[in-house]
Design a protein around this ligand. Structure first.
Ligand code: HEM
Length: 409
């Protein structure tokens, strides 16, 4: 039977999205008792999807495409124009392979030792009280610059951190913060473009085994070098999210603060820490939804999906779907003992396949940096959490709890 997708009436619901934040899609899914709901956002008809089966649908590249799928405001801040996120088909596969080729075992191992070094250096240079989020952004900016091989001076790291973080901290904001985010992107892209040109005309030497060199000389599926602007966008697709891991590191400390017994367990070994980290990525909100568009009209569960319609897949909501998770609003790392590694049920960094789909290229790297940081603080640093009750808001995207720790030297 042909049915229309359950539809929320009204001209536009963008303001409710700002108010309800991470609950926006869950609320509508519950209200209409449906895994797909139609609404209007930014003046456009939009489908909202939630759950494992919906994720399988969403990542079917015969049914959805990414070209210009994201609203222009997100392209001007978070994503940049012309990067891998907006590619489809062969062009996407080829570009994505470039990203995945950077994620070798050795290079992931190396980034873990860089992070550890940078944490040590940071703690040695700083006073007793450390604000985790601020510290992590600097540590991660230094890590990202070293790991990618983007030429920079020791003292530039602060500046890089202060321009990279607005790209994810303020991308979803309106007004002056949005403008700051856009301006940061403009500055960083032009800085990187200059470096690309210098490497190409051999006036600047960079380390050859690193990401920057690799992307500068990458050839597309037609054998052409990438436009210097696209190189800049893709390098920012490495630098920006590495610094954004600061949000997860802050949540790690919030979890240690709120669930001390779980933190005690995580001291014991790699597997315990891994489950703790997975639960941090499941439980706390970060990336609200992934965005695509319907490629051609199709039917799903009796509902007609219309070509070109913007479609959001609820990442937070799927990670809290009671059909998939027992007591989804409890922090229980133990649940990951039984998790079978399905690519569509646990999707904080997107779902599906890395190579043919748009799943986050940096997921392993993220988990590794979280693992090494958690181990470092639980087992190698003498620190204390002052009494605090930091809160985060479910309508801030991303939410940042702002944890403090005291280091005991
Ligand atoms: C894509 C989340 C860290 C590189 C994505 C997507 C999400 C995501 C939700 C989009 C999935 C989709 O559109 O279907 C996160 C979160 C991170 C993180 C929460 C934690 C900080 C990283 C890191 C890197 C990275 C560390 C690189 C070093 C990318 C790239 C894409 C992507 C290149 C585009 C993939 C594509 O379009 O094929 N990420 N990410 N991310 N991420 Fe991440």
């Amino acid at each position: 039977s042909h049915q229309k997708v359950p539809k929320e009436i009204g001209l536009d619901h963008s303001l409710e999205l700002l108010k309800e934040g991470y609950y926006f899609i869950m609320n509508r899914s519950e209200k209409f008792d449906s895994r797909v709901v139609q609404t209007r956002l930014l003046g456009e008809k939009t489908y909202c999807l939630i759950g494992q089966e919906a994720a399988e649908l969403f990542y079917d590249t015969d049914k959805f495409f990414r070209k210009e799928a994201a609203p222009v405001v997100a392209q001007k801040t978070l994503l940049g124009m012309g990067g891998v996120q907006g590619l489809d088909g062969d062009e996407h596969r080829h570009r994505k392979a470039m990203f995945m080729s950077l994620m070798t075992k050795e290079s992931l191992k190396e980034i873990q030792s860089i992070v550890k070094e940078e944490w040590t250096r940071y703690l040695e240079a700083h006073e007793k009280e450390v604000k985790v989020f601020e510290a992590a952004k600097l540590v991660l900016a230094r890590t990202a610059l070293r790991w990618t091989g983007v030429p920079s001076h020791e003292h530039d790291a602060d500046d890089w951190a202060s321009k990279l973080s607005p790209l994810f901290e303020m991308a979803s904001k309106v007004g002056p913060k949005h403008l700051k985010s856009r301006w940061s992107r403009v500055q960083l892209e032009s800085r990187l473009e200059k470096l690309v040109k210098q490497v190409r005309n051999r006036s600047l030497d960079v380390e050859r085994h690193r990401a920057f060199y690799h992307v500068v000389w990458h050839r597309d599926e037609n054998g052409e070098l990438l436009d210097p602007h696209i190189v800049a966008v893709e390098i920012l697709n490495l630098l920006r999210p590495i610094v954004a891991i600061a949000v997860y590191l802050d949540f790690i400390f919030l979890a240690i603060n709120d669930y001390p017994k779980e933190a005690e367990l995580a001291k014991q070994g790699y597997d315990e820490r891994h489950r703790f980290i997975q639960e941090v990525r499941r439980y706390y909100p970060f990336f609200p939804f992934a965005i695509a568009r319907v490629k051609k009209d199709f039917m799903w569960k009796g509902y007609t999906f219309k070509k070109n319609t913007m479609t959001l897949l609820d990442l937070y909501g799927t990670n809290h779907d009671p059909e998939l998770w027992d007591e989804p609003h409890q922090f229980m790392p133990k649940r990951f003992e039984k998790w079978e590694g399905n690519p569509f049920d646990f999707i904080p960094q997107g779902g599906g396949e890395f190579d043919i789909g748009h799943r986050c290229a940096g997921e392993w790297l993220t988990v590794d940096i979280m693992q090494v940081t958690l181990d470092y603080f639980l087992n190698h640093v003498n620190y204390e959490l002052p009494k605090q009750k930091p809160d985060y808001r479910m309508n801030d995207i991303p939410p940042i709890p702002g944890m403090k720790i005291y280091i005991k030297h």
